[in-house]
Design a protein around this ligand. Structure first.
Ligand code: 2AM
Ligand code: CA
Ligand code: CA
Ligand code: CA
Length: 261
């Protein structure tokens, strides 16, 4: 288990690492991308996803040698065993790969540290806007060096919300009714960028079915700001599984759980 001195050192090194990976991403993005499909035509991976993950993994192995490291593109199958003991770093090397490929915009690089299952450090790099959102549990949430204010706790009917497009079409948890009751609906196509909008109070909530690396970083920062991170039907998040996650203000959560329960 890491102590505060060690976490402070991790935080400093990892912030530098994220700026480095962000700069490399922008440089590589302007050369032709190598794009492969994974499970379906909208499930893409590029050379930049892979290069970012490789660099982050090798640096993290120096920064925290005894930790386990899970990432979307390389190691997940080998490392997923539901054992949460010790330090686990969780990497999403490009979040919003489809946006990255089609728009060269609206994507993020995300990294989190969980200590014995406790969300501890979280980083969302908004690459094209050059802002790093980050938090250390119990030590405040920041954008770059500026402390983030706690978002206003507004109700669903007063708030814009974001829902993943596929989830909205499938409507497994009455997402269409949730959208109808909100002040408006938005879709940005990157979990990290959508969560950043919730952190800034521009959205009252965001919901999508997410893998561990899609929510790990956002959860640390959101919880540090008093936001709620649970499932869309009010269950705790399972750190190393897929969850239909809701990140929202307390009042938006209460309004949504009245619909989904
Ligand atoms: P990714 O780009 O890292 O894969 C797209 O709406 C958002 O949902 C992105 O943040 C994307 O992350 C994430 N996502 C999670 N599971 C997905 C899936 N099966 N297909 C596409 N995007 C997925
Ligand atoms: Ca992906
Ligand atoms: Ca992702
Ligand atoms: Ca990704």
């Amino acid at each position: 288990m890491s102590n505060n001195k060690e976490l402070e050192e991790f935080d400093r090194k990892v912030q530098n690492l994220l700026w480095l990976v962000s700069d490399q991403t922008i440089k590589r993005m302007n050369a032709p991308l190598v794009v492969d499909t994974k499970s379906s035509s909208d499930d893409l991976v590029t050379n930049v996803d892979q290069q970012n993950e490789r660099l982050m993994r090798s640096q993290l192995m120096n920064i925290d040698p005894s930790a386990r490291i899970v990432g979307e593109e390389e190691s997940f199958r080998h490392q997923l065993d539901q054992n949460l003991s010790g330090n686990i770093w969780i990497i999403d090397p490009i979040d919003g790969t489809l946006n990255f490929v089609k728009q060269r915009d609206h994507f993020a690089i995300m990294l989190a540290l969980y200590c014995d299952g406790q969300p501890t450090l979280g980083y969302i790099m908004d690459v094209m806007n050059k802002h790093l959102y980050h938090a250390w549990r119990g030590h405040g949430a920041y954008v770059d060096n500026k402390r983030l204010a706690k978002p206003v706790d507004a109700h669903l009917d007063e708030s814009l919300i974001a829902i993943n497009g596929w989830q909205l079409m499938k409507n497994n948890f009455q997402q269409q009714e949730i959208a109808r009751r909100a002040a408006g609906l938005r879709m940005y196509g990157s979990a990290g960028i959508e969560i950043v909008h919730v952190l800034k109070g521009q959205l009252g909530g965001y919901t999508s079915r997410l893998k561990p690396w899609d929510i790990a970083a956002g959860r640390v920062i959101a919880e540090e700001l008093g936001l709620i991170v649970k499932t869309i039907d009010d269950q705790p998040i399972n750190v190393l599984s897929s969850n239909t996650v809701l990140v929202a203000t307390k009042k938006v959560c209460q309004d949504i759980w009245q619909i989904t329960k």
